[in-house]
Design a protein around this ligand. Sequence first.
Ligand SMILES: Nc1ncnc2c1ncn2[C@@H]1O[C@H](COP(=O)(O)OP(=O)(O)OP(=O)(O)O)[C@@H](O)[C@H]1O
Ligand SMILES: [Mg+2]
Length: 269
Amino acid sequence: MAEIIVVTSGKGGVGKTTTSASLACGLARHGKRVAVIDFDVGLRNLDLIMGCERRVVYDFVNVIQGDASLKQALIKDKRFDNLFVLAASQTRDKDALTTEGVQKVLDDLAADGFDYIVCDSPAGIEKGAFLAMYFADQAVVVVNPEVSSVRDSDRILGLLASKTRRAEAGERVQEHLLLTRYSPARVETGEMLSIGDVEEVLGLKTIGVIPESGDVLNASNKGEPVILDMESLAGQAYDDAVARLMGEQRPMRFTQAEKKGFFSKLFGG
Ligand SMILES: Nc1ncnc2c1ncn2[C@@H]1O[C@H](COP(=O)(O)OP(=O)(O)OP(=O)(O)O)[C@@H](O)[C@H]1O
Ligand SMILES: [Mg+2]
């Protein structure tokens, strides 16, 4: 059975694609057979972050419209033999994705022995976002520690609980909170919401806290998902999140502000 995970948020630009790429790589690093799908029709981005943009010949919409087979469109990752990317189309036709078409692709991937299918949702609550979540078994809700992001995520939780296949069958999509761009120092000064604040408002359990880090941009410029950079704190935090997703217990790291030493306090460093 393939486990379908949607990475969603409501608000745009919070880190969904960054997260999708890292989760997919992390699961593949654990030996799982993984496909990661870009649902952002018109705005290809996942292929860039995964570093396979030059190898995109066919995309998700080509498969749905019958212009290419799934096998032709799946791009095998250069680092992991068991990781595949299905790129988004550049078409302007926002209706190119259909419920039946998406279902067929997901069913075919499951029949092909994939363990995990990671669906990178576009921003907002339009059709692409709806289709990205509709078939999900689990949802990773990506949130930045700020009020607007939390508010939009709350709306997405409402949709997960009503407009998904599981909800229609009287079941639940298993939801996880992934807080990203977290800065413990700014939480301490009150500029950002704390983990506890966000958990309380959304009523979710945290699967990972990813610190704000310049390594993320560096990683996407190189087409190397940040989880592969185990020197980076963001990479290590994503590695923890993947382990937790697979049922391992790991303590949260990088969530406390560094205590300033005597000298840096004295000199204001
Ligand atoms: N932990 C982090 N630290 C610093 N920057 C980050 C972090 N996570 C994501 N970013 C940056 O935030 C921006 C948005 O990230 P990303 O494209 O993953 O978001 P998204 O939610 O997929 O956006 P969209 O809604 O447009 O699809 C990027 O510039 C990315 O480098
Ligand atoms: Mg994105």
